[in-house]
Design a protein around this ligand. Structure first.
Ligand code: SF4
Length: 219
């Protein structure tokens, strides 16, 4: 198989070509967790192929830099899962599993939300965040879909966006169970998928149709 063909069949954001002729490889992660075996495999390829080490990207991904093309397929195979494990990304803070302020299981909710979203295709790559408390460290309010844990349940936000035209999401539900939150998210996304323009992000969609239209669709 040609190298170009090999790269094209990998998951998105698995490998990037650099100007100096080398490649970067991005190990696949879920909620920022790397199991010990995968960590050992990454350390192994860095040592075996004399690479510089690993780097944390601005998007908080782990990146292996400077991989020569001739060993790229071997490196990818040895590292294990690479690139986006799921089409729609859900970032999470530690929540009750590791933060003293945590009020909800944000890691578990994020993993479940990834599964819930895995077969849904949109014109955009959907970004979601699950935070274990209103401090919102997983940036839930500036994601297409956000979960924010509180003492009495989850708050659901929709239509947030970071970047150049930042927008704070609108609240669709408060103090709901995880199942109720997912039902709200599913209905909001169904409405968005049926009515959004090509590649229109949820933030721009909500600005165009109005949040009341989204709220009416989830009733
Ligand atoms: S959002 Fe809350 S629970 Fe999550 S890391 Fe921040 S302070 Fe901790």
């Amino acid at each position: 198989m040609e190298l170009k063909e090999f790269i094209e069949q990998l998951p998105k954001r698995a490998v990037r070509a650099k100007k100096d002729g080398t490649y970067t490889v991005t190990p696949g992660m879920r909620q920022g967790v790397l199991p010990a075996g995968q960590l050992a495999a990454i350390a192994g390829v860095v040592e075996e192929y004399g690479l510089k080490g690993v780097r944390i990207s601005t998007g908080q991904r782990l990146v292996v830099d400077g991989v020569p093309g001739e060993v790229l397929p071997e490196v990818v195979e040895k590292i294990g899962p690479v690139g986006d494990v799921f089409r729609n990304k859900v970032q999470a803070c530690q929540g009750v599993s590791g933060c003293n302020l945590g009020q909800r299981d944000s890691m578990g909710a994020a993993a479940a939300l990834e599964e819930f979203l895995k077969d849904r295709k949109f014109g955009i790559k959907l970004k979601a965040g699950a935070s274990g408390c209103p401090m919102c460290c997983a940036e839930s309010m500036i994601r297409d879909v956000g979960l924010i844990g509180r003492k009495n349940g989850w708050t659901v936000s929709f239509g947030g966006n970071g970047g150049r035209r930042a927008r704070k999401g609108d609240i669709l539900a408060v103090d709901v169970s995880r199942e109720e939150a997912f039902a709200v998210i599913g209905k909001a996304l169904d409405y968005y998928a049926a009515n959004a323009r090509n590649k229109e992000r949820t933030a721009r969609f909500v600005e165009r149709v109005g949040i009341d239209a989204v709220k009416a669709a989830i009733r």
